[in-house]
Every structure is written in C-alpha cells, then in structure tokens.
Design a binder for this molecule. Structure first.
Ligand code: KG4
Ligand code: ZN
Length: 341
C-alpha cells in the first residue's frame, strides 16, 4: 500500500437513525466526531421509522457536516477526500448522505470514496487501537447485521459466519420491547441485566448443523416472548432483570462461542468486536475471558465508536483512498450489500 503523509478525510454516515460527519487525519487521528442521533424521535414508535429518518437526515446533514469541519478547525479546502456510507442500510436514509457527499465532491472537485457500512464498523478498531493491523478476527454485531469475519487486509475480509434471521441487536431491541423497557433495547437490557441472574432461565442457544458458524437469534427472541406470555396467562409475576440477564447470557454465549471458533480456525490470536452490540458489557467481559483461555486477545472500541458514527467511515475511507477506490457521480445508495467482493 502506498502510504502518504497527512491525508484528511471527511466521513459522512446516514444509513439508519444517526446523521453523522467526522474529520479524521491519516485514518486514525480523530479531528472531529459529530453525531446527531434521532433516538428520541423514533423512541415513541418503538423502532426506527424509515421515512421519518430520511426527513431528519435531510434537515440535519448540512449542519452536521459544517459542525464537523468547524470542530476540526478546518475548511472544505483542507479535505483530501470525502468518504460516505453507500450501503447497506435504509435506502432513503442512505440516499441523503450519498447525495450530500456527491454534491460536495462535485463542487469541491475532490475524490469520493464509497464505504461499506460494516467495513466502517470494523474500522472503528483501527481508530481505537493505533497499532492494530490486519489480520484479525472480527465480530460485527449491530441492529442490522451480525457477522463474523476474518479481516485479511485493510478493506478486505472473508465472511466466516452470519445471522440467518435477526441481527443480535434486533433481538435485544425486540426483547426489550416485550419487557416494556423502551428503545433502543440493547443498552437498557445491558443495564438491567446487571441486577439479574443469568442462569434464572435457560433460553435456547441455536447451533447450526455441520460446522457452520452462522447465527440464528429469532429462536431465542421467540422463546423469551413465549416464556413471558405463558407466565402472564397464568397470572404469574416475573423478575424482569432475571429475564434480561438470562436472554443476554444466551445471546452472548453464542456470539462468543462462534467467534472464538472462527479465530481458532483462522489461526488468529486477536478478536476485535464492532457494531452497537460490541458496547454490551457482558459480551466484552465474556469474550475477553473465554478467548483468553485459548490464548486469544480481545479488543473493542469505546461505546461511541461502536454505535453508528462517521469516524469509522472516514477511517475505512482513508484505507479505500489509499487503495485507489473512487466513486463517480453515478454512485447510488444500496440497501443490501454483500461484504465480500
Ligand atoms: O451499530 P448500530 O448503532 O446500528 C446499526 O448499524 O444497526 O447498532 C445499534 C444496535 C441496536 O440494536 C442497539 O440495541 C444495540 O446496537 N446496542 C446494544 C448495546 N448498545 C447498543 N446491544 C447490547 N448491549 C448494548 N450495550
Ligand atoms: Zn451500524
């Protein structure tokens, strides 16, 4: 790879319910990180309403970009390239970031670098761990995705396992909803679970046939829902903290087991966590402890770089820029986008 001195990237992210822009120097030094989250707006609906998200992105995108430049103490002239998430995600939401990035690239006559959202999540680890280099094994678990990948090089990874139904974060959000905790569910379950017993209820851990490392989280979600319905029908009370802890235990057990197995198969000595679910305290602790038994280290970014942000997009964009990846004005948003190839 052709390393150059002082490359300043403006990253733009709008794939779900965060409008974000950030300026990152040489892929790893954060000059600004602006995130406008719409959580309070979507909360009352119990989840993200795509049309509402798109409109909010439109209202906020210019403000967020200006703020990112201003916090970094730079102007548009100082930027070397613009990196933008073009998929996967909500199509209307993605389009706002992609259109803004295209407009800027055209007006400023600067290169435009397309970034895969999941590659962005993985790249948050490069920002958090300045000496990190591929290869390593990465678990990317968020509200929309759950993948185990071998990161072979910057911007290049091999998928070793993925969810066949719900994403891990989606399961957290749905279980939180039936427990009446609110949205987004992950952080609320994480907090409540600290007061509960993880072995109070034995929820299922789904194992695929053969040697597949794929996940299935819809079963455990349904098991929790059925369990609660049964108790309610019988007029029995239950301890929400115990349910939260037991559900979290079941999900994190599977995430850890499959990821450690993937690392062993790749001969990897390092596991990185990424995505919103990577801020889960039980997952972090368990992965660290269980992986260590196999001589494998575990790292993760701080929570603010686990959930959606544009620093991770600018970082991934930096490596894409060095690799010569460029998009032209035909770049479009793509709702479903494979990670490989
Ligand atoms: O990466 P992200 O911000 O957006 C997507 O790309 O989907 O992830 C959001 C997801 C939500 O499902 C949220 O409930 C989950 O990450 N999450 C957590 C925690 N913090 C966020 N899940 C479990 N424990 C947490 N502490
Ligand atoms: Zn995400």
């Amino acid at each position: 790879m052709n390393e150059m001195e002082n490359i300043t990237i403006l990253g733009i992210e709008s794939s779900c319910d965060e409008t974000a822009a950030a300026v990152v120097l040489n892929g790893r030094e954060v000059l600004s990180n602006v995130i406008n989250t719409q959580i309070d707006i979507h909360k009352k609906f119990g989840g993200v309403v795509p049309e509402v998200a798109s409109r909010r992105h439109i209202e906020n995108i210019d403000i967020v970009i200006d703020e990112a430049l201003s916090q970094a103490g730079i102007t548009f002239d100082d930027i070397d390239a613009i990196a933008v998430t073009y998929g996967p995600g909500l199509i209307g939401a993605l389009l706002v970031g992609v259109s803004a990035a295209k407009a800027l690239a055209f007006a400023l006559d600067k290169p435009l670098v397309p970034v895969h959202h999941i590659m962005g999540h993985i790249s948050a680890n490069f920002v958090a761990h300045k000496n990190l280099e591929p290869p390593f094994t990465c678990l990317v678990a968020s509200g929309g995705h759950s993948h185990i990948v071998e990161v072979e090089d910057y911007g290049k990874c091999r998928v070793m396992g993925r969810t066949r139904d719900d994403a891990a974060g989606e399961a957290f959000d749905k279980v939180a909803r039936v427990l009446g905790l609110g949205y987004p569910g992950g952080p609320l379950i994480d907090k409540l679970a600290k007061e509960g017993k993880p072995d109070a209820v034995q929820f299922p851990r789904v194992k695929m046939s053969g040697d597949s490392l794929d996940f299935s989280f819809s079963g455990v979600k349904t098991a929790v829902i059925n369990y609660l319905h049964k108790l309610e029908q019988n007029g029995e009370t239950y301890n929400k903290a115990d349910i939260a802890a037991s559900f979290q235990e079941a999900v994190t057990d599977v995430l850890c087991e499959h990821t450690i197995e993937a690392a062993k198969r790749s001969g990897s000595k390092l596991i990185a966590l990424a995505g919103g679910v990577a801020s889960n305290s039980a997952l972090r602790e368990k992965m660290k402890c269980e992986a260590a038994k196999h001589g494998i280290d575990t790292i993760y970014p701080p929570p603010v770089l686990c959930t959606d942000n544009a620093v991770m997009i600018a970082c991934a964009g930096y490596y894409g820029y060095l690799n010569g990846e460029r998009a032209d004005m035909t770049l479009n948003a793509v709702a479903s986008l494979d990670l490989e190839g």
